[in-house]
Design a binder for this molecule. Structure first.
Ligand code: MLC
Length: 504
């Protein structure tokens, strides 16, 4: 195994202390030297709070510098970092904190009231720290030591992060990502995408997911490159910045690329000075691939990954970036297509489940041995739940999903989770949640509802009810009231037929 991610980062901090590592728009430039000092001070601060190896440290913060310091510091002392979407309402937050037995939560000051209301359900949560993300974190930890008090983790099998993913049949599960997984992923992307020390990344993604945190931010830091961070995606600001020619890399989800493309309208902008613009987390529509070529003189590089693995397949940096394809296995990654019923490999051109193997594949779900076992085939391949085919020249193309999953704006929404929330509404007798195609979002969450006899509820009320219980992106955008669902002989709702009937 190559040097672990944290070792490589520490080396950059020593060898190029004056180089700009991270800068938020309107914020100071943080050099590698300053990054090292603040991460070490933050690590010392966490140790002083009693955080030890293996403890869960959660951060529910907007995209900000303290989040990055806390993330790197927690991993540095061997704690397990849990990034949480700031959009999670109290019910979801409570579940994640309770399930993970988080010991320390760092959240925005405005969340204090919300956390107080759930505190009694969280016996493991010993401390909550409320911060103002815009205040200078560096000065808050200035009394702590900038010299590391303990060596960096050396065991590749040690858990570095826990990322919650939902499921088709259960509550969300904490995917355990090890230091070895992170290292293997980043080393492989470094090689495949040719990360360079003089790269400047325009970072537009959220940093509580694998895409923005690992693929983009770790990618830049591992290369000793620079990352310029937008706290939220703003297409107009991003396009202005991209045209200013300071940047060499941009990573986004199709919804972001769609907004950039629509903003350009009929004008043409030459962005070919960017050496790498990637698209992932959802299928890149063909019209956007070609639209980008015509409007921006850029061929987007589409790749395929998932929370449990980081990146698996990618179109090449040099060579053909094939429209509609997610490319070839990344270095160190093995992929195969199997018959989902028998798990025997299928010949090229036949559609089956995509299965993945490699040092980047997560070690399992937190305290869920059964779910972990179900995630892997008998011979140790990860069952992705995505369907696809391999072409004779090795390129892979995705062909839908074996699992009941909606992807909206690059975020996964599992219908059973939304259905569970809907069933808590007193007027709902039955419901089915589906994804309808949508130009901007890829898919839109749509709920079909059968009301109880004599009960009344309207769309606005149902949507508001869901938004109190689920993050906004999971709440149905449309609610349709129906008298019955298409069902099979066993009474199971036939979602494909429902989509045909309702998506129109
Ligand atoms: C925001 N909204 C969404 C949404 N994001 N609804 C559905 N799906 C989403 N993804 C809601 C808002 O709450 C708001 O609701 C309304 O949509 C309009 O908000 P907006 O201001 O226009 O949206 P914005 O905040 O700009 O967010 C859009 C976005 C964001 C595309 C920038 O969704 C985003 O950052 N997506 C990237 C997700 C990502 O990083 N995925 C990687 C997962 S890792 P209302 O009701 O208030 O109007 C992974 C592995 C891999 O998948 O391979 O990468």
């Amino acid at each position: 195994m190559t040097n672990m991610f944290l070792d490589t980062l520490a080396k950059h901090c020593r060898c190029q202390p004056d180089k700009f590592a991270i800068q938020f728009v309107d914020g100071p430039r943080v050099t590698y030297g300053a990054l090292e000092a603040t991460v070490n001070r933050t690590a010392d601060f966490l140790l002083a709070l009693g955080i030890a190896r293996g403890d869960r440290v959660a951060a529910q913060l907007p995209k900000c510098l303290p989040f990055i310091y806390l993330h790197l510091a927690a991993m540095r002392i061997g704690a397990i970092f849990l990034p949480l979407n700031p959009a999670y309402p109290a019910t979801e937050l409570s579940y994640f904190l309770a399930d993970s037995e988080t010991r320390l939560l760092i959240a925005e000051g405005r969340k204090q009231h919300q956390i107080k209301t759930i505190q009694t359900e969280l016996p493991s949560l010993e401390q909550s720290l409320f911060i103002n993300p815009n205040e200078c974190w560096e000065s808050q930890v200035s009394a702590f030591s900038a010299k590391p008090k303990m060596p960096l983790p050396t065991d590749p099998n040690q858990t570095a992060m826990m990322l919650y993913t939902s499921g088709t049949t259960s509550r969300p599960k904490g995917a355990l990502i090890t230091h070895g997984n992170l290292t293997s992923n980043i080393a492989s992307l470094h090689e495949a995408w040719g990360w360079r020390q003089d790269d400047v990344l325009l970072h537009v993604l959220p940093i509580f997911h694998v895409h923005g945190l690992v693929v983009a931010l770790h990618g830049a830091l591992h290369a000793g490159a620079s990352a310029f961070m937008l706290p939220a995606f703003d297409a107009a600001a991003a396009l202005d910045l991209l045209c200013a020619k300071r940047f060499s890399v941009l990573m986004g989800v199709p919804t972001m690329h769609r907004r950039l493309y629509q903003l350009a309208s009929d004008r043409r902008f030459d962005l070919s000075h960017l050496r790498l613009m990637t698209s992932g987390s959802d299928r890149l529509p063909d019209d956007l691939f070609f639209g980008y070529q015509n409007t921006f003189n850029v061929t987007l590089l589409e790749r395929y990954g998932m929370t449990e693995t980081g990146m698996n397949l990618s179109n090449p940096l040099h060579g053909e970036r094939r429209v509609g394809s997610v490319g070839l296995p990344l270095p160190g990654v093995s992929a195969r297509i199997v018959d989902p019923a028998t798990e025997t490999p299928l010949p090229d051109g036949e559609v089956g489940e995509v299965q993945i193997k490699g040092a980047h594949v997560f070690k399992g779900y937190w305290r869920q041995p059964q779910k972990t076992a179900e995630a892997f085939s008998e011979d140790g391949w990860l069952r992705t739940g995505d369907m696809g085919l391999r072409e004779p020249d090795g390129y892979y193309t995705l062909k839908g999903r074996a699992k009941d999953l909606i992807i909206t704006g690059g975020l996964n929404v599992y219908p059973p989770e939304v259905e569970l929330a809907l069933m808590a509404h007193p007027a709902v007798a039955a419901c089915a949640v589906i994804g309808c195609p949508d130009d901007e979002w890829g898919e839109q969450v749509v709920a079909a509802i059968i009301l109880r006899d004599g009960a009344a509820a309207d769309e606005a009320e149902i949507r508001a009810f869901c938004r109190d219980r689920l993050a906004a992106y999971k709440a149905p955008r449309r609610v349709l009231f129906v008298d019955e669902f298409p069902a099979n002989a066993l009474g199971k709702v036939q979602k494909a037929k429902l989509r045909e009937a309702l998506c129109g």
